[in-house]
Design a protein around this ligand. Sequence first.
Ligand code: HEC
Ligand code: HEC
Ligand code: HEC
Ligand code: HEC
Ligand code: HEC
Length: 199
Amino acid sequence: MIRKFFEWVLSPMGRIAVVITVMSLFSLAAYGVYQTQQPPEQPIQFTHKLHVGLGIQCLYCHPGALRGPSPGLPTINKCWGCHQQIAKTQTSPLLKPMVDAMNAGVGFTWVPVAQVPDFVHFTHRPHVAAGLNCENCHGDMTKVTIAENPQVMNMGWCLNCHKSRTEDNFQNNPTSDAGVSAQLEKKRTKLTDCGTCHY
Ligand code: HEC
Ligand code: HEC
Ligand code: HEC
Ligand code: HEC
Ligand code: HEC
């Protein structure tokens, strides 16, 4: 049986079949990589670039980044508050999904892009309180058209920052104060402890 298979693989038809199989596996894998780097299908083609460019604050649409357990994604009513006053809303094909959804009395269901797995404990509050800006972790959203999966929010990324922020010489600011050093040491132990992010 196995011997027959090898004979077939070495035959001209067999070789062609092997090449085709390898090629299709390769393109499947390449397609998989391509897929994860594509922006997901959203209910409407919302772009950050345009709206942040209009001067709308991040926290207007994502207020939970300061207060709630998660930043939250805006409801259609928040969009409509502005858009019902904009003439283009009734004419633009890009805005048709919004008008249709309002007429049908349904909302938008956004596909989340920036996410960590459920077994990871992450909240925005301590990070914003520590003086980090949105762009420290999300990059420059003023340039983003349709949000893509950033693919950087892995364990190494969290740990690297937690370590660097508790270095004695963070921002070239070495301390000779033993008390401060000990405090940083304690904080580093906490911020790199498995139980801080997993429980
Ligand atoms: C007019 C409302 C609005 C403003 C202003 C806004 N956003 Fe958003 N944001 C959205 C919507 C809608 C989504 C979901 C669709 C998407 O992912 O593009 C989103 C998604 C995101 C995401 C991806 C999260 C996810 O899981 O989809 C990040 C990160 C984000 N916003 C950060 C920011 C930052 C930082 C700012 C300020 C520079 C900002 N946003 C300003 C409406 C807004
Ligand atoms: C603070 C006001 C405001 C809010 C809130 C707002 N928008 Fe807009 N939006 C605008 C303005 C102004 C334009 C530009 C209109 C123009 O070009 O005349 C625009 C343009 C757009 C466009 C492009 C339309 C086109 O034809 O080019 C889309 C799509 C859009 N908004 C979707 C949304 C969605 C979805 C939300 C809610 C998450 C939202 N907007 C929230 C003010 C707002
Ligand atoms: C320390 C890094 C960090 C900072 C700073 C940060 N974020 Fe995030 N953000 C994350 C991570 C990690 C996630 C994924 C969280 C999850 O899956 O629960 C996320 C998720 C989000 C989401 C999607 C969450 C949702 O509710 O679906 C939005 C929107 C967002 N952040 C907006 C902001 C805004 C606005 C700011 C600035 C006020 C900000 N972030 C600052 C790391 C950060
Ligand atoms: C850009 C830097 C940065 C990144 C990236 C980052 N953090 Fe943090 N994290 C901080 C800082 C700074 C603090 C606050 C330390 C303090 O108490 O002063 C903090 C605090 C925390 C805390 C609270 C610890 C406590 O005191 O209880 C948790 C939990 C946490 N981070 C989880 C995460 C996870 C999970 C990720 C990755 C998904 C992450 N962080 C990514 C900088 C970062
Ligand atoms: C600062 C936050 C943070 C700390 C501290 C941390 N982790 Fe994680 N861990 C994450 C995040 C975020 C992920 C999910 C992303 C990923 O798979 O890299 C993760 C994923 C994992 C996974 C799943 C890996 C996989 O490939 O699916 C394991 C196992 C794990 N961590 C174990 C640990 C252990 C053991 C420790 C202590 C030595 C630890 N973690 C400390 C943030 C953290």
